[in-house]
Write a protein of this length. Structure first.
Ligand code: PMP
Length: 390
């Protein structure tokens, strides 16, 4: 039978030469997955529903109210009173680049602690923008002593020192106490990455004298990926708003972002870029859940669930990659793959048979930790029937 005449005529008269792709004529399909990798994590229905609300304009007064709420939620989560607190339109990398681009100028010295992939990344970001980058290197999961850090600060006199609090590629929660004081003594800004640890492992931005702190939405905060809280204290603002040159990125220029977030004291917020409205709704809701639950309860909950997981894994005869319990990240557990096993095959098996995403190492820990089944505690809730199918 020949095709009906009208569609054939329509096609013959069409001005487009590229037809609609067949895949776009099929409905969207998204499988259910237990997300036990280092992120994104499963998103609770309340946060998903917030992201599904109708769009409003990014410059509407109601949106400013929501952004003000987000700012307060971040201040609570970071334990800071910093006025210069915002959420980046972008993933954790946006916050990494924002921190470096705004506080460092061409040729200035930057010191980076590398004990996994995230230090490597920040070193590359700083190098790309023309900073004079110095690295202190340890094997994945290694811990830098305050003495070692002070020696390097004295030697390289950096304007910025970077440390990862929650090294997700190794499963390490790096101690932070005392480092902020050392940075002050050496006139260096202290930048800390808490993408994988915020909400799971205690951090106190003001008390620990951290000058710049950032995180991501998609880890222990349980929001979709795409927004990244960041905060700068007075010292950091002094440096970044007294630059000789403009930051290399327009999108990440804090002079503009500070106005967009109502932080610069100006009567009007001007158009800079269109923020991810739905992403901000979800982020607000996830910060609301954290505020309702309370930070201390969230830390306690992560520790308890992680302890349960560690015991279960060790009872099975598996070895955890970070041996010192006190240094283990409660949100990301790394397991050394037993000798003779292929970690890729194991992870594929778990995904195929149990719908569970777990991942291998990243960067320097790839193959070496041959390994790393990583679990975000807040997603490790097999009994939450609202989030998980039977
Ligand atoms: N820092 C750490 C510690 C991370 O775990 C991640 C993401 N795995 C990032 C930074 C980068 O975040 P994103 O993928 O959201 O850009």
């Amino acid at each position: 039978m020949s095709a009906p005449l009208q569609p054939r005529l329509d096609r013959a008269m069409s001005s487009v030469t590229i037809p609609p792709p067949k895949c776009m004529l099929r409905p969207l399909e998204v499988p259910f997955r237990y997300l036990f990798g280092p992120g994104p994590s499963n998103v609770p229905p309340r946060v998903l529903a917030a992201g599904g609300r109708g769009i409003i304009g990014h410059l509407h007064p109601e949106m400013y109210e929501i952004m003000n709420d987000i700012k307060k939620g971040i201040q609570y989560a970071f334990q800071t009173q910093n006025n210069m607190t915002i959420a980046m339109s972008g993933s954790g990398h946006a916050a990494m680049e924002c921190a470096v681009f705004n506080t460092v100028e061409l040729g200035e010295s930057v010191l980076v602690a590398v004990n996994g992939i995230w230090g490597e990344r920040v070193a590359e970001i700083a190098e790309r923008m023309g900073a004079n980058v110095h690295i202190m290197v340890k094997a994945p999961g290694g811990v830098f002593s305050n003495g070692e850090i002070e020696k390097a600060l004295a030697k390289h006199k950096p304007v910025l020192f970077f440390l990862t609090h929650g090294e997700s590629s190794a499963g390490l929660a790096h101690p932070v106490d005392g480092i902020g004081d050392l940075c002050r003594k050496h006139n260096t800004l202290f930048l800390v990455d808490t993408v994988a640890s915020l909400g799971a492992s205690p951090i106190f931005m003001d008390q620990q004298n951290i000058d710049i702190l950032y995180t991501g939405s998609q880890k222990a905060l349980n929001a979709p990926p795409g927004t990244a809280p960041i905060s700068f204290n007075e010292r950091a603002c002094q440096k970044m708003f007294n630059r000789k040159t403009k930051p290399v990125s327009y999108l990440f220029d804090m002079a503009h972002l500070s106005n967009y977030w109502g932080n610069d004291g100006q009567p009007a917020r001007l158009y800079h870029h269109t923020g991810p409205v739905s992403g901000f709704f979800s982020l607000r809701e996830s910060l609301a859940i954290l505020a309702e639950k309370g930070l201390e309860e969230s830390w306690r909950h992560h520790k308890e669930v992680a302890g349960y997981l560690w015991k279960g894994l060790e009872d099975m005869g598996l070895k955890l990659f970070i041996q010192n319990k006190d240094l283990r990240l409660p949100s990301v557990t790394t397991i050394a793959i037993p000798e003779g096993y292929n970690w890729r095959e194991m992870l594929q098996y778990i995904m195929k048979h149990h719908n569970m995403e777990m991942t291998g190492g990243l960067g320097p820990s790839t193959g070496m930790v041959s390994h790393a089944l990583q679990v975000f505690c807040l997603t490790f809730r097999p009994f939450n029937r609202h989030s998980y199918p039977e």
